[in-house]
Design a binder for this molecule. Structure first.
Ligand code: UDP
Length: 267
């Protein structure tokens, strides 16, 4: 395995499977068993799941409703999906914790970075619900931010397309897939990988992204076993990218102040 700790981003829309809305049980169980397989190999797995299969903030605006209210509704949609994934994982006897960016005490823990890391170290799959807990963001931004915070080695963005293409492969049959591309090339070619906030967070923190097809069973494990797949977005060149990423907490260079370890820990 190339990675010790991954952040897997799943879109809410993919959870619909063939349905028009909501959660397809078969797709949900497929995702859970894929996660179980990689977790069983010792990789620490954190997951962010979107909410597009239930609600997106922009929909509220389209109906003339308040955007911010809509965004909070979207965040709650991600909690519903996260709870479904948690349940599916538990059905497969995988130990999980759901940490939410919004406080919903009865069903999930609040997001506390140190607690998230501790859960991962104990071999639990950590699901981050409610995005970052603020409107005007997306779950892609939550995936990038949480990945940086927990010092994940990579963001794996599971989509229905098997990587980043020169053009939309569903419209242009001559489009070809990039096996690897740099952050700068993505920007100069105006390719759509993530929203700009999410993408910039990864770029500025040298956090590689791999876009891959999550809907083909077994792909996640094959990817982590080093099979060439999808598109790797990295700084490129020597010393950069997935293996060359500098630890965020290198004392002399870290822009972060050390945290005081005073948060209560939940066993
Ligand atoms: N959202 C938000 N802040 C966040 C994460 C999500 O406001 O930090 C809202 C936003 O309205 C978004 C919705 O939750 O449209 C669902 O998330 P997203 O669209 O990213 O889901 P996906 O497209 O991955 O299914």
């Amino acid at each position: 395995m190339k990675y010790n700790r991954i952040l897997l981003k799943l879109s809410g829309e993919a959870l619909m499977g063939q349905q028009q809305y909501g959660i397809d049980a078969e797709r949900l169980m497929q995702y859970a068993s894929e996660i179980k397989s990689v977790q069983a190999t010792g990789v620490q797995v954190a997951v962010v799941i979107g909410g597009g299969n239930i609600y997106r903030g922009v929909q509220a605006e389209a109906f003339g409703l308040d955007r911010v209210q809509g965004d909070y509704m979207g965040m709650l949609a991600t909690v519903i999906n996260s709870m479904a994934l948690q349940s599916a994982l538990e059905k497969l006897e995988v130990s999980t914790r759901l940490l939410s960016g919004l406080t919903i005490q009865r069903v999930c823990e609040p997001y506390i970075r140190r607690r998230a890391v501790r859960h991962l170290e104990k071999g639990r799959v950590v699901i981050f619900g409610a995005g970052i807990g603020s409107p005007y963001f997306t779950t892609d931004s939550a995936a990038s931010l949480r990945a940086i915070e927990i010092e994940a080695d990579v963001v794996l963005k599971g989509t229905r397309v098997d990587g980043i293409y020169t053009a939309d492969p569903e419209k242009d049959p001559t489009a070809t897939r990039y096996p690897e591309i740099t952050f700068d090339e993505v920007l100069s070619k105006n390719l759509n990988v993530m929203d700009m906030t999410a993408f910039t967070l990864c770029k500025e923190n040298n956090l590689p992204i791999i876009v891959f097809d999550m809907n083909t069973p077994g792909n996640l494990e094959r990817l982590l076993n080093g099979e060439p797949m999808g598109t790797l977005v990295s700084m490129g060149g020597t010393g950069a990218g997935r293996d060359g990423r500098k630890p965020l907490h290198e004392p002399a260079q870290s822009p972060l102040l050390p945290l005081v370890g005073n948060q209560p820990e939940q066993a």
